[in-house]
Design a protein around this ligand. Structure first.
Ligand code: ATR
Length: 268
């Protein structure tokens, strides 16, 4: 049976095995998918060992940039992202890397929730690896304005400079933001620790603005609670993005697109 894993550290909490097994069952694929705890100091060795037999892998924190450097070939979107969350072993033994995170976010917003991002004002909070992965697919939807706000403004500026061929992207700090926007996406790592980035409530137009947290948890995340309090029209967590990026990885390996709605409903 073909073997697949998700590499991470920590990894025991991962829902990827459950999701990929549901996709496999649904599409009649015979495969084995499990978690693999990769040591922080020997990710390369762990990946090489796995791919002696293995067929494909997902990569999660903190190894996505490392996986990018390990891949022998990259999809266009992975090249720009500088991070890889999916590796596939090709017949000639080379490792082909992709990044499906951004497509996952965009599909959750546009297909599952039915929003159009074209012509909208989007505010993206954070400038780490999570943001890097989603910038290009978001920009491909042609928002009028994409503001990248980060605690460390220089990091946001650096990311924006990678997209200087597109003139609708701007970088700033949190405190200069006041005007309401159409969509706010939280891609900082603070939700894990019950903190909300220090942004003004005036950014949410009650009944109009959509708020999306790339994190998810059993309880509502701190950012989702904040958004509800401000009267956001729609508040979403990142579970849909997780399922959608997994579906895109499944497609990358098997060439078959699984149905995500039933899997998302089951996880909820
Ligand atoms: P990831 O790969 O998940 O994006 P990361 O690269 O470590 O993780 O980035 C974490 C993001 O959360 C960064 O944008 C970080 O801001 P800085 O660049 O200023 O460090 C942001 N972040 C982390 N803790 C934060 C806090 N307490 N308040 C605001 N932003 C925070």
């Amino acid at each position: 049976m073909d073997r697949y894993v998700v590499f991470g550290n920590p990894i025991s909490h991962s829902k990827s095995p459950l999701i990929q097994r549901m996709f496999a069952e649904q599409t009649g694929k015979q495969l084995h998918y499990s978690t693999m705890l990769a040591p922080l100091e020997n990710f390369t060795g762990c990946v090489n060992e796995f791919f002696r037999q293995g067929r494909g892998a997902n990569i999660t924190m903190p190894f996505k940039e490392h996986a990018y450097r390990l891949a022998n070939r990259l999809t266009k979107r992975a090249q720009r992202t500088g991070a890889v969350n999916t590796l596939s072993k090709l017949v000639d033994g080379t490792l082909f890397g992709d990044n499906t995170d951004g497509v996952g976010l965009v599909r959750d917003l546009t297909v599952n929730a039915g929003f159009s991002l074209r012509g909208k004002h989007i505010l993206l909070l954070g400038a780490g690896g999570a943001v890097r992965g989603v910038l290009e697919p978001l920009l491909a939807k042609q928002p009028t304005l994409l503001i990248l706000a980060n605690r460390t403004v220089e990091k946001a500026k650096l990311l924006v400079s990678l997209f200087n061929d597109i003139n609708s992207v701007y970088a700033c700090g949190f405190d200069s933001l006041l005007e309401p926007v159409d969509v706010i996406i939280n891609a900082t790592s603070v939700s894990m620790s019950e903190i909300v980035p220090p942004i003004s409530g005036s950014l949410v137009k009650p009944g109009k603005t959509i708020c999306y947290d790339m994190m998810y948890g059993k309880q509502s995340t701190a950012f989702c609670c904040w958004a509800n309090k401000q009267g956001a029209a729609v508040v979403m967590d990142g579970l849909g993005m997780l399922v959608e990026q997994a579906a895109e990885s499944f497609f990358f390996w098997h060439g078959v697109r699984p149905d995500t709605a039933s899997v998302l409903a089951e996880l909820r």
